[in-house]
Write a protein that binds this ligand. Structure first.
Ligand SMILES: C[S@@+](CC[C@H](N)C(=O)[O-])C[C@H]1O[C@@H](n2cnc3c(N)ncnc32)[C@H](O)[C@@H]1O
Ligand SMILES: [Zn+2]
Length: 180
């Protein structure tokens, strides 16, 4: 089952939100700036149900490996945030290989912060840092093909761009790419 089906619409739009969710040419729905957003501006908090890695593995143990869709965000070695439960509109921010915002972690909370000046109408996107695993299928780069459309697009939303690694379940990550 696609994780899209798990989305619960349980969060009201943020008051004075600087972005809105609408269909995206990158994938499904995306988040778009409703006004210019300055560098360093906090766009919103990324929220959702907090799970241990074990709980998350159990929840998604039957997940189709050919379905790249995920609303998970790895906070650290202990915690995964599942934004399909209790998440807000930040869960619709797509991956970009040339990100204009990034998740910043402060006291265990995740804030999406602009790292470039973002123009009104521009799609928001951050670097997902989705790691590779030993048991990834050979076509994993096709499954996780990136459609961000950037001239800098590396063709996959996985990191690093070439395979070499471990870990079990795919999620966006607050862990710097250098540490993965
Ligand atoms: C948190 S969701 C983002 C919202 C998603 N577009 C939606 O409508 O539900 C993350 C998923 O969106 C897709 N996605 C996000 N960025 C992408 C990109 N640059 N290229 C291809 N698929 C992308 C992948 O399936 C990824 O697992
Ligand atoms: Zn890309």
């Amino acid at each position: 089952m696609s994780l899209v089906a798990r989305v619960s619409v349980n969060s009201a739009p943020a008051v004075n939100s600087s972005y809105v969710v609408r269909p995206s040419g990158v994938h499904g729905y995306g988040a778009f700036a409703t006004r210019d957003i300055e560098i360093g501006e906090v766009i919103d908090e990324f929220v959702g149900e907090r799970l241990t890695h074990a709980q998350c593995d159990e929840r998604y143990k039957d997940r189709d490996v050919n379905d790249p869709h995920t609303f998970l965000f790895t906070l650290d070695e202990n915690t995964v945030i599942d934004s399909s439960v209790g998440g807000n509109d930040t869960r619709f921010i797509n991956h970009r290989c040339d990100p204009n915002c990034e998740p910043q972690i402060e006291n265990g909370r995740v804030f999406i912060v602009a790292i470039n000046r973002i123009r009104q109408g521009e799609e928001l996107g951050f670097e997902y840092n989705i790691g590779r695993e030993e048991d990834d299928p050979d076509n994993v780069d096709e499954i996780y093909a990136c459609r961000c459309g950037s001239p800098a697009c590396r063709g996959t939303i996985l990191w690093p761009a070439k395979r070499s690694r471990r870990r079990k379940r795919k999620s966006n990550s607050g862990i710097p790419t250098s540490a993965i």
